[in-house]
Ligand binder design. Structure first.
Ligand code: GLN
Length: 386
């Protein structure tokens, strides 16, 4: 066995599940409904704006919190949604995607042993970032069919060491969109126990049922919330890695304390592109929504017809399904069969659970692909026998 040089705190995580299943997709010539990235390009105006910024000489370090036009565009976008008027100098920090924003927030906030409440299944970078920060993750499990938030379970998970609740709505991988009553319940708990809310809202524009409510806009929450967003999903630009944190000045200081030493500043011309993206206006969001609604319905109907138990998502571009009608003993076994013999890659959600066995019956499909690709995947579902 070669020596393992990886720090003890990161050894439990290994390779990310997305890298593993994208590699297998390639190896088997499978349609990749695993890793969630669009197979189509974002708006050409956005690419154009980044290109123009390069040609115009915006090629040196950006200011640590982000370029002014992007911070102003973020402030305008947030104000039009929530009515909260931001100070673009002190309330916004541009990061290398939302993933850096999550890591910077946790690294900047947690002292060793501080606890963070996380809803399970969780995005796989959460436990790794909490571990990097020396924190302790406390999970609250959400369950099919709707993966709703159990407020009593949240109350039970609180200890004197609890520092924050890390919320993801719309939720990857379950597609749950937190209801106003769930959010008000969480707000009450956060205020009663003096907790920080960390709100990962990267799928905020991909909602099919209900509406997205930013927890920062709930009474008494602005002062204790760090809202994390990104352009990746909304503008189909996952490779640009442009995200941001919105928070009152004392909490922006938390994010910046870590961000300044992690990446310091983010790709300058791409920030100009992101500013242009936020200026596209309502028509863009309307068509994004219509496109994803059509994809969700097509894929969910086909999965249902193929025999899966489909937990139709209220938001995001993922769908969780029960694969047990096909008779495999685990999600890994099912996904291996799917990629090798059916020609479709999907994600076994074990790494989204503290105990991987809890995800045993489920499989996640991503539908952020063009219609012909989705239709090819649907055709291949015929090879699956229940
Ligand atoms: N967010 C994407 C997903 O859930 C994956 C991002 C990544 O590969 N790290 O599929």
């Amino acid at each position: 066995m070669p020596k393992n040089h990886v720090a003890t705190r990161l050894q439990p995580f290994g390779e990310t599940v997305f890298a593993t299943w994208s590699r297998l997709a390639l190896q088997h010539g499978a349609v990749n409904l695993g890793q969630g990235f669009p197979d189509f390009d974002g708006p050409p105006e956005v690419v154009e704006a980044a290109h123009r910024a390069m040609v115009d000489g915006h090629n040196q370090y950006a200011p640590m919190p982000g370029v002014a036009p992007l911070r102003e565009a973020i402030a305008a976008d947030f104000a039009s949604e929530t009515g909260i008027s931001l100070d673009s100098d002190t309330n916004i920090t541009v990061t290398a995607g939302c993933t850096e924003a999550i890591a910077a927030t946790l690294l900047g906030l947690l002292n060793p042993g501080d606890e963070v409440i996380v809803f399970e299944p969780f995005y796989d970078s959460y436990p790794a970032s909490i571990a990097m920060a020396g924190g302790v993750m406390r999970t609250v499990t959400t369950r099919p069919p709707d993966f709703g938030i159990d407020l009593d379970a949240v109350r039970d998970a609180i200890t004197p060491r609890t520092r924050a609740i890390l919320l993801n709505t719309p939720h990857n991988p379950t597609g749950h969109v937190a209801t106003l009553s769930e959010l008000c319940g969480l707000a009450e708990i956060a205020q009663a126990h003096d907790l920080i809310a960390i709100a990962d809202e990267v799928y905020d524009r991909i909602v099919f049922e209900g509406s997205h409510h930013p927890i920062a806009a709930i009474d008494g929450m602005w002062e204790r919330t760090i809202t994390l967003r990104s352009m990746a999903k909304t503008f189909s630009m996952t490779g640009w890695k442009i995200g941001w944190a919105i928070a009152p000045a004392p909490l922006s200081a938390v994010v910046r304390a870590a961000h300044q030493f992690m990446t310091y500043a983010i790709a300058t011309p791409l920030q100009y592109g992101a500013a242009a993206a936020l200026g596209l206006g309502e028509a863009y969001y309307t068509s994004l929504h219509a496109d994803y609604l059509a994809r969700r319905n097509l894929v969910c109907d086909a999965l249902e017809q193929a025999g899966f138990g489909v937990h139709r998502p209220a938001g995001t571009y993922f769908v969780m399904c029960d694969h047990t009608p096909f008779g495999f003993e685990s999600a890994e076994a099912f996904c291996s069969h799917l990629v090798e013999h059916v020609g479709i890659a999907a994600i076994p959600p074990g790494s989204f659970y503290a105990d991987p066995c809890d995800g045993r019956d489920l499989v996640r499909f991503a539908f952020c692909k063009t219609m012909p690709v989705l239709k090819e995947a649907i055709k291949r579902l015929d090879r699956l026998q229940s």
